[in-house]
Design a protein around this ligand. Sequence first.
Ligand SMILES: [Cu+2]
Length: 323
Amino acid sequence: MNTGLRITAYATAVAAAFGAAYAVGTNVDTVSKPVAHSEKKDHGGGHAEQGAAKKAAAPAGLQVSAHGYALDLKTPRAKAGERADLRFTVRKESSGAPLKTYEKDHGKELHLILASRDLTTFRHLHPTLPQALKEQGGTPIADGTWSVPAKLPKAGDYRVFADFTPRGAGQKVTLGTDLAVTGPYAPGKLPPVTATAKAPDGYEVRLTGGLTPGKPREVTLRVTRDGRPVTDLQPYLGAYGHLVALRAGDLAYLHVHPNGEPGDGATKPGPEVSFTATAPSAGAYRLFLDFRHEGVVRTAAFTVRAGGGPHEAGGGTEAPHGH
Ligand SMILES: [Cu+2]
């Protein structure tokens, strides 16, 4: 199947899943309302899974082991400011055997997100299975160990998210584990809520829309450079932008879907990129937009608050501080 069809099929499944979320929404509280991540693309042997989702669909990324898979980070420590090779395996919980075959999603078999617990550092990486060990002639011979170089500038506790779809499982899985980065630790404050964020090289991104606990909401990001709208964004991961949203406090990982895709006849290459996201609860979230222009992927980050309540001061009461 080509990429366009795959993404269309996925979007359809997501639309159906949101419908399902509404249907069961009256019987569950806000926190346990299913988020898009835990929904299935098909029903390939997942009845237990479905029951679990109805009972308590916790947000993704909070568990090191879920949906029958476990994330085994073989390099749980790194040094601040030094390049490290992160290595990890996804294991099947039933047998402990490494998972070696994956479905592509947004053009990649596995997406690895790194975020510092204070949400001031973010990386979206695409690890590789060593080439020589890749599937050959349909028979997997790899030991299933992924690796990716990463250089993290600041010490602290980081969360590592592996976002993938096991081949044949028909379901996306996001697992999270801790990575300790050694060095002098000076945790940052959550940056304040702002409507605009800067990215390197003169880019500015303006956010409209927002997050509502338990409901899908549209978030639109408008990209300008030196004050002029950017109308020639380049596709990145099957869309004109890729958005990751993490909840402040526990780094719950929200799955976010682009609205429209390059080549669908309606989606323009900027300046606006639109997404649909569901916040699992009230609170503060940090949104990271990756976009590609003139061959370079850049990131703009925003703090957004969903609902009101006790987390109202999610951005802190202190004056905005620079980075
Ligand atoms: Cu990715």
